[in-house]
Write a protein of this length. Structure first.
Length: 342
């Protein structure tokens, strides 16, 4: 029994209930997210084991201090982990300790001690997104006259217009489409099994109706089928996220032959970033974008709150119309930002 009145068995008991009960049943997190928490906790326990040269069975709350948590983060940095990765591991650990403190008031001092460990300052990299020309070039690659081409074009249209994650996309069922509503929308099931309604543009609705006529022309028994599928063993099966990724990679390779704007690496999330940036540049408030994307925290959406070169140029030209008729004072993005004091 340690000085806090908690044995090693208590620590492992709380870890087990945290991972198997609290995260999945109370917080409703996805298996993938829970696995990330599990990995962070495992890494910390392994660090305590090696640093103290003891068996796992001997690890207790007595070893969890502000100093050991800081040394754990430092060890991650020494192994080459970036600041964002270190912060993710630290947040997972703090979350566990908060849960333990809520379960046992005697552990609150340990949580408060670890809570004081600051997160590392991570440099913010600009959000990668595509130009309008690049999106059009990608959409032009699939041949809509063929079944596979129509499906692949529908995938890209939904990735962009609905701004869905690739897992959300492949999880869509026919019943998730609400095309008969006054303002058509789709019901998207996101992280933690949370659902949200995403409005659709008229063009997307038209494409969906055409797609449904070809791929889902049977009775209402079809409603529970995956919206996007391929045939395996004679039956429709929902697409895998890897299948979507490979398709986009192939389309990008072809599109770059005619459009230099198409990035070297095109992946599903790039469409989501592009849609968010287009909405932001069009003047949509970040709070609306957060709801549209299904972000649990506004902090996640803040990555889009940075002025693009086009936005800076337009702002300068509005401030001084004559500027538009003169030779620009900037040669590139960095020069323009310096001109604006950024």
């Amino acid at each position: 029994m340690g000085k806090n009145g908690s044995s090693a068995q208590d620590l492992w008991k709380y870890i087990r209930s945290y991972l198997t009960v609290y995260l999945p049943r109370i917080r409703g997190l996805s298996p993938r997210t829970i696995e990330s928490y599990r990995e962070s906790i495992s890494m910390f326990c392994l660090f305590l084991k090696e640093a103290n040269k003891i068996d796992f069975s001997k690890i207790s709350f007595d070893l969890v201090t502000r100093d050991t948590v800081m040394k754990f983060v430092q060890s991650l940095r020494e192994r080459g982990c970036g600041a964002s990765t270190c912060n993710l591991r630290l947040s997972s650990l703090k979350s566990l300790l908060k849960y333990c403190a809520d379960e046992d008031i005697g552990l609150y001092a340990i949580y408060q001690d670890a809570r004081r460990v600051p997160q590392m300052k991570a440099s913010r990299t600009p959000v990668q997104y595509m130009s309008e020309a690049a999106v059009k070039a990608l959409l032009a690659q699939p041949d809509p006259k063929t079944a596979k081409g129509m499906r692949n074009r529908m995938i890209m249209i939904l990735l962009y217009d609905a701004g869905v994650r690739v897992q959300e996309l492949v999880d869509l069922k026919v019943s998730d489409l609400q095309l008969q509503a006054k303002n058509p929308f789709i019901i998207v099931t996101g992280k933690g099994s949370k659902t949200r309604s995403v409005p659709l543009m008229d063009k997307t609705v038209a494409h969906l109706r055409e797609y449904l006529r070809r791929f889902h022309s049977r009775s209402s028994d079809d409603l529970k089928q995956p919206l996007l599928y391929s045939f395996r063993s004679g039956a429709p099966n929902k697409l895998s996220t890897d299948t979507v990724g490979v398709m986009l990679k192939n389309c990008a390779r072809s599109a770059r032959r005619t459009c230099s704007d198409v990035p070297e690496r095109v992946h599903p999330h790039l469409f989501r970033h592009t849609r968010a940036m287009d909405l932001y540049r069009a003047g949509m408030p970040l709070s609306y974008i957060a709801e549209f994307l299904g972000h649990a925290s506004m902090n996640t959406t803040d990555i889009y709150a940075s002025a693009t070169v086009e936005m800076l140029r337009e702002a300068l030209e509005k401030a001084d119309p004559d500027l538009a008729r003169e030779i620009p004072l900037w040669k590139d993005e960095e020069s323009l930002k310096k001109l604006c004091g950024l």
